[in-house]
Design a protein around this ligand. Structure first.
Ligand code: AMP
Length: 221
């Protein structure tokens, strides 16, 4: 199964993909994580990407398409994968069409204000990228309990240090949402036309959304 999780920053794509990937024995591939890995290693590509990421802008298509292509050609992605954060522009989606066939696109939907509140409270493991959330978000029917580490500031999975990503500061988040609307949201129409998209509205924490996504994938027409 080759899937794309599409949705605005902070909607939880990474959290859902990191749970559904292992359940389906397919890798979770995040271009954000790949780029942050390049920055950490101090590669040429990482140096080129850093300023765009810090400013909340998209990294140029050519750079991202190259690292994505290299990643999905690795043997572990042979039976499928979940793409998280790719494609983010129409040219990236067109390039992806040339590289592989996508079976399903999950369009994950959430209100802007909740995304902003969620990202402000997000903490990420510096070492493995695992995601936590310190806030308990409630809005009408919506109830999203926090996702807390067992020990404050320490990743449950690998013992790494938790931190707030520089681009998760509120001013940068607002820019990232604008970038999403202008450059990434047109992909909703692009994939709807292909007839491979399902919509999932976030109505709670991952324990609710993960089964909702699995159901939507299974029941798609
Ligand atoms: P993410 O971890 O998906 O929120 O991505 C963090 C940042 O990495 C984004 O704000 C972009 O600057 C950059 N990035 C990640 N994926 C892409 C992509 N497919 N195209 C362009 N930039 C990307």
């Amino acid at each position: 199964m080759r899937m794309i999780f599409l949705g605005p920053p902070g909607v939880g794509k990474g959290t859902y993909a990191s749970r559904i990937g292992p359940d389906m024995s397919i890798p979770h591939i995040s271009t954000g994580d790949l780029l942050r890995g390049e920055i950490k290693e101090g590669t040429e590509l990482g140096r080129k990407a850093k300023q765009y990421i810090d400013d909340g802008n998209l990294v140029p298509d050519g750079l991202v398409i190259d690292i994505l292509k290299e990643r999905i050609e690795k043997p572990d992605a042979g039976k499928g994968f979940i793409l998280d954060g790719f494609p983010r522009t129409i040219p990236q989606a067109e390039a992806l069409d040339k590289i592989t066939k996508i079976d399903v696109v999950v369009n994950i939907i959430q209100k802007d204000q909740i995304l902003i509140d969620k990202i402000a409270a997000r903490r990420t493991c510096k070492n493995c990228g695992e995601i936590y959330n310190l806030a308990h978000i409630k809005d009408g029917e919506l109830d999203m309990p926090p996702i807390l580490p067992k020990k404050e500031g320490i990743c449950d999975k690998c013992g790494g240090e938790l931190h707030q990503r520089d681009d998760d500061q509120e001013e940068v988040v607002r820019d990232r949402l604008e970038v999403y609307k202008k450059q990434t949201a047109p992909l909703i129409e692009f994939y709807k036309k292909k007839g491979i998209m399902v919509d999932v509205v976030v109505r709670g924490g991952p324990d609710i959304v993960v089964p909702d996504i699995k159901k939507a994938i299974k029941n798609r027409k």
